[in-house]
Design a protein around this ligand. Structure first.
Ligand code: 3SK
Length: 505
């Protein structure tokens, strides 16, 4: 990339010049469309409001909050255009969580969907203005933007100026703030998207991840805009609704997690996925069984991927004939990946250790000593336990905190979860270690059953027998708790730590 580059210029101003102002950029479930030209004008207006009405100067932070919709995208682009730094926060967060992020990121202003403004105002406590959008107040951003010309000269940023502060809670409670440059934002589009998804301007992207999760920001905003494609933004949708809306909108590329693919299949809606060109599965481990079930039901060959908020997006994946359903994939062009032992030494093929990666993006936490844990000898060390085969394919084992040691056996919690998920009456499950005086730990499963299934001792026994018949019997869950729902963080990841806390309380 050139030394001076504003990612918003590439994603919207250059896209209008290259693909035409009339191309559909953002689609909504109600059938409304925002063209590339309209998105450019709207994001210019947001930039004008930020600079002219709120005195935003390059480097200021602007907090964003809302469900996936066109205004949120225009705000994100407007912030970058103004040379400011977008602090993306999940709509699902509560005031206390926003306060923590604000204390860390020090925003100068917050732009927030009017339906989520209450918590935002509480969190701001007058320390910075909160501007709502989508409501009907006079000071609503929509009104302020309407008074602007829509002409704006983007701030001439350095390619390595910070453009995005992405909070990550991962699977633990305390947020870390990842910093990403203007060039990083394009890097994932030019590696994962370009080489694996191979988008064209005729693609329609759709998916479930919030734009505040970089999985969603990449898959639903950056990748489509980079290739002149369209993106369907759904504010709140169950997996079945997502499949229905994507089908209606003619989506060709779907971004969601394995749990959603399983739910679509279990609800008998597989046909809705048949028109997809690509189904991306990430955010959670994709078991080979799920890959095969989706393939048998729809003909789709799911593109598996692993990424992290620290690396911004996916760095290991595979496409087409390179896909191996029981492996995540290989390092995508532009990235290198390896397996490290606990001392940071590289391990050989078929040895289990910590997944580490180097590429055009990388982990830079904002003022956080946990940076020392993520970087080792120049490698970005993710929290995932993997093995690499002789061909360079990476095989998922567990999150490092999800390995259960019971009577001397190493049992990957995801393997047990995967076995349970294959039972017809299991909707979702989370497996953790429960300390045990005799075995060190035992395998303990929290299970959500499909509607109408009985929660009984007999059902627990049936599930235990099912696991014993599916994987090595020593891995079966000795304890099963039926629950109505499982804790997820706002980006949809299971929060095993909350179950551990609940068990120990
Ligand atoms: O694999 C993930 O969890 C992830 C995280 C951030 C961005 C993209 C992905 C797939």
């Amino acid at each position: 990339y050139p030394d001076r580059m504003n990612a918003a210029t590439v994603l919207i101003d250059d896209a209008v010049a290259a693909f035409g102002a009339d191309r559909p950029a953002l689609l909504a479930p109600d059938g409304t469309t925002l063209s590339y030209g309209q998105l450019l004008a709207r994001s210019n207006q947001v930039a004008q409001v930020l600079v002219e009405d709120f005195g935003i100067v390059p480097g200021n932070r602007v907090m964003l909050r809302g469900p996936n919709n066109a205004w949120l995208v225009a705000c994100w682009l407007g912030v970058l255009k103004a040379g400011a730094v977008a602090v993306t926060t999940m709509a699902a967060l509560r005031a206390q969580e926003i306060t923590t992020i604000a204390e860390l990121t020090k925003p100068s202003v917050a732009l927030c969907d009017h339906r989520f403004v209450e918590d935002m105002v509480l969190a701001a406590d007058d320390a910075y203005p909160v501007v709502a959008f989508g409501g009907d107040g006079e000071s609503d951003l929509v009104q302020l933007a309407a008074a602007k010309s829509g002409q704006f000269t983007n701030v001439d940023a350095a390619a390595d100026d910070v453009a995005l502060l992405g909070p990550t809670s991962g699977t633990t409670g305390t947020p870390k703030i990842t910093m990403h440059f203007h060039r990083d934002i394009l890097a994932n589009a030019d590696t994962f998207a370009r080489h694996i998804l191979k988008p064209t301007k005729d693609d329609v992207f759709a998916g479930s991840p919030p734009l505040a999760f970089t999985f969603g920001l990449g898959g639903l905003v950056v990748f489509p805009l980079r290739f002149g494609a369209s993106s369907l933004l759904t504010e709140r949708a169950t997996p079945v609704e997502l499949a229905e809306l994507s089908h209606q909108a003619g989506a060709t590329v779907l971004f969601t997690a394995p749990t959603a693919y399983r739910a679509i299949l279990k609800n008998g809606k597989a046909d809705l996925l048949r028109s997809l060109r690509v189904g991306v599965s990430a955010g959670e481990h994709l078991p080979a069984e799920t890959w095969h079930q989706v393939n048998e039901a729809t003909g789709l060959e799911l593109v598996n991927g692993i990424g992290s908020t620290e690396m911004l997006h996916v760095f290991i994946s595979a496409a087409g004939k390179d896909i191996r359903p029981d492996r995540t994939g290989t390092a995508i062009p532009g990235f290198r990946a390896t397996i490290l032992d606990e001392h940071g030494k590289e391990l050989g093929p078929n040895e289990i250790g910590r997944l580490a990666v180097i590429g055009p993006t990388g982990c830079r936490y904002l003022d956080d000593e946990r940076q020392l844990n993520y970087i080792s000898g120049g490698w970005n060390v993710t929290g995932d336990v993997f093995m690499k085969d002789e061909e360079g394919y990476f095989i998922y084992q567990a999150r490092s905190d999800n390995m259960i040691v019971s009577s001397g056996y190493n049992i990957g919690a995801p393997e047990v979860e995967n076995a349970l998920n294959q039972h017809d009456e299991v909707l979702e499950t989370a497996v953790i270690a429960r300390p045990d005086p005799n075995r060190g730990s035992i395998v303990c499963a929290f299970v959500v059953l499909v509607d109408g299934a009985e929660q009984s001792e007999a059902k627990a026994k049936e599930l235990q027998d099912f696991v014993k018949a599916t994987i090595a019997p020593y891995k079966y869950p000795r304890e099963i708790h039926f629950v109505d729902e499982l804790p997820h963080n706002p980006s949809g990841k299971l929060q095993h730590f909350k179950l551990r806390e609940a068990l120990n309380a």
